[in-house]
Design a protein around this ligand. Structure first.
Ligand code: CP
Ligand code: NVA
Length: 302
């Protein structure tokens, strides 16, 4: 059997995505009952992180251990991927020891190259291009709160970054409407046209009130991502009209839920009042990273 990687949401078809949501729900239920299955007994997961992480790293490491396997946390200090030796060489060696590789880094191309040469599944734990694992857990959270994600309008406000592109990819596989509210300078790029050509319901809107109208889900993320923090002040000015605050939320559907992948820069892209308010589901999202990650691991390594 050929191995399957998870570098983008579009690596799975819609039936496979639905299967992952189902599995994640089932694993969550069993874990809460103290009966987490252990289908990955004895398996080793290498977790290469070139950027910091709270949720992704810990949910993968705890997740594989709850499923019976174990993990290794690998930073730049150990392997210096692509510098100490080629990515292709490292991929082939790592594949002789490990049963799966999780990687968080800057360049999406590096992750594609790692996946090409690794004979074990490679999972994208965030690149500058996309953050697909986050959206799996977010869609699971939307199902829990709204009953279904099907037909939902998901309005993402702020920087046209890896999270915005992950939502666009989700719309290429699932019946959701994705509205990206941002300034022209922070447009998420050519993926928008690719998605539209495929018939996905995706729109980029430059007016925050217009973008939020009719939204079932209001989503935001930091204005300056990891590796761009020197631009934080400038971005805060550029994107200030897209801050998720009470005044803007008053223009959304009163039943809309508010989501943020976290970490949040409170007072910048979202106010305390909103992130701590009744419509916010950010900590359910964070919890579901664990359950969703486990479903991804079982699907690819099981
Ligand atoms: N949402 C998310 O990926 O969080 P971390 O950067 O803490 O992993
Ligand atoms: N866009 C953010 C997401 C963090 C989970 C970043 O890349 O830093």
């Amino acid at each position: 059997m050929t191995k399957q990687d998870f570098l983008q949401i579009t690596d799975f078809n819609s039936a496979e995505l639905r299967e992952i949501f189902h599995l994640a729900k089932e694993i969550k239920r069993l874990t809460k009952e103290g009966r987490c299955p252990k289908p990955l007994e004895g398996l080793s997961l290498g977790c290469i992180f070139h950027k910091p992480s709270l949720r992704t790293r810990i949910s993968f490491e705890v997740g594989i251990s709850q499923l019976g396997g174990h993990s290794l946390y690998i930073t730049k200090n150990e392997i210096d991927l692509g510098v100490r030796e080629t990515i292709a060489d490292a991929a082939q060696v790592l594949s002789r020891y490990l049963d799966g590789i999780v990687i968080r880094t800057f360049s999406h191309k590096d992750v594609e190259e790692l996946a090409e040469y690794a004979s074990v599944p490679v999972i994208n734990a965030l690149t500058d291009f996309t953050h697909p694992c986050q959206v799996i857990s977010d869609l699971m959270t939307i199902e829990e709160h709204l009953g279904t994600y099907e037909g939902c309008t998901i309005t993402y406000l702020g920087d046209g970054n890896n999270m915005a592109r992950s939502w666009i990819n989700a719309a290429r596989r699932l019946p959701i409407k994705v509205r990206i509210g941002t300034v022209p300078d922070r447009h998420p790029g050519e993926l928008v046209d690719i998605a539209k050509t495929e018939g996905a319901d995706v729109e980029v809107i430059h007016d925050a009130a217009e973008a939020i109208a009719g939204a079932h889900v209001v989503y935001t993320d930091v204005f300056a991502s990891m590796g761009e923090k020197q631009e934080a002040e400038e971005r805060a000015n550029l994107l200030k009209a897209f801050q998720v605050n009470s005044a803007l939320m008053a223009q959304a559907n009163p039943k809309a839920i508010v989501m943020h992948c976290l970490p949040a820069e409170r007072g910048r892209e979202i106010t305390d009042e909103v992130i701590d308010g009744d419509q916010s589901v950010v900590f359910d999202q964070a919890e579901n990273r664990l359950h969703a990650q486990k479903a991804i691991l079982v699907t690819l390594l099981g």
